[in-house]
Ligand binder design. Structure first.
Ligand code: SAH
Length: 359
């Protein structure tokens, strides 16, 4: 990990304690060795934190008392966050997760048969200003830390029914994950490493509006994580308007970058496409999409626009979406229609909007 953590050098009393949940294994090993302990103690600590859910150093009963005291003098352990839950008639649960400083984020548990997906946030709010997304209305409040990103898993696990288990993890909640790359990467390491939660990276998807350099870095550092790119338009003119980051990374640059990504033979890049009535859902749009993605190993996920109060768009009609899908399929693209879940509790894609709780 390139980012330096100030907490490693913090001495008791002269600086606020850093959160041990922010550390990667190599950083904790350095600390452990500097304390005169054997390096494997770091794995023991991580095991307590990430597999057994310990929330105090005192609980780490196989560590010596002196070493536990030394850890306590240098680190705190952030508590698992509290969440208020809204339940949809379709089994979807939306968690309003309270962060330490009064900010709040939303995470969504989405059961579908044997699959239970957790939709994770990466930022409180978002700076990307996509015109069809409720989170954009908040603006960016701040980045989440790695511990806050991963804390959503702990909060979600508390809400599962007996026997229910999370099987998939998608960064499709609030925020642009690749605009918070260092913290996202730390969180992905914790989630997917053997020293952390041991989740298979193939079960993790990062969705981005198309921050090209960070996309390339993500797949270099986490080659097995799935990438989803939010495309939504087939011309720069329209994409500039509805997803303004396009002015920085226009379509050609984005698609060229996708073509160059080190995608494994059996994998594909997913492109998300929000269907906005009369805006991007014509058959000419579908044909342009086929031409744009033609040379790529691509899969298209059509998302019918989920409305929110004041939104300047309407959802495309079902038969328009099916006609659009048919054109993509004739063009040899894999195309699916994403079923909207949790609309009755404003938990569907693009409906997440978490305000600071007053009082
Ligand atoms: N910033 C990331 C991840 C968050 S949004 C990204 O842009 O990919 C996850 C997905 O929901 C994106 O594809 C996004 O475009 C889509 N989305 C946003 N608002 C929506 C809405 N109102 N209806 C349907 N999908 C929406």
């Amino acid at each position: 990990m390139s980012e330096q953590l100030h907490c490693v050098d913090a001495k008791a009393g002269d600086a606020p304690l850093g959160d041990v949940r922010e550390l990667a294994i190599d950083e904790l090993e350095q600390f452990v060795v500097a304390a005169g302990e054997r390096a494997f103690r770091a794995r023991q600590v991580m095991g307590w934190l990430w597999r057994r859910g310990a929330d105090s150093f005192d609980a780490m009963s196989d560590l010596g008392a002196d070493f536990r005291a030394h850890l306590k003098n240098h680190f705190k352990i952030s508590p698992a966050p509290q969440a208020a839950v809204a339940r949809s008639a379709d089994g979807t649960r939306k968690l309003l997760v309270a962060l330490g400083d009064g900010e709040a984020i939303e995470s969504v548990i989405i059961p579908a048969g044997a699959r239970v997906t957790l939709c994770l946030s990466s930022q409180a709010g978002c700076a990307m200003a996509c015109e069809f997304c409720a989170t954009a209305l908040m603006g960016l409040h701040r980045n989440l830390t790695a511990a806050e990103i991963v804390g959503q898993l702990a909060a979600a696990r508390r809400e599962l029914a007996p026997g229910e288990q999370l099987t998939n993890y998608v960064f499709m909640g609030m925020g642009e994950p690749l605009a918070n790359y260092p913290r996202l990467a730390r969180a992905l390491s914790i989630m997917t490493s053997s020293w952390g939660m041991g989740i298979s990276p193939r079960r993790v998807t990062v969705s981005t509006v198309g921050l090209v350099p960070a996309m390339e870095r993500l797949l270099a550092e986490f080659p097995s994580v799935n990438l989803a790119v939010s495309l939504h338009a087939t011309t720069d003119e329209l994409r500039d308007r509805i997803a303004p980051i396009n002015k920085r990374y226009p379509l050609k640059r984005l698609i060229d970058a996708c073509r160059g990504l080190p995608i494994k033979p059996r994998d594909r890049v997913t492109f998300e496409y929000v269907m906005l009535a009369g805006v991007n859902d014509s058959s000419a749009d579908a044909r342009r999409l086929v031409r744009l993605l033609g040379q790529l190993k691509a899969k298209v996920n059509l998302i019918i626009f989920n409305p929110f109060p004041g939104a300047p768009f309407a959802p495309s009609a079902r038969d328009t979406v099916e006609g659009f899908q048919a054109i993509l399929r004739q063009g040899n693209l894999t195309a699916t229609i994403r079923e909207s879940r949790g609309q009755d509790i404003a938990a569907a894609c693009g409906q997440l909007y978490a305000e600071r709780q007053s009082g």
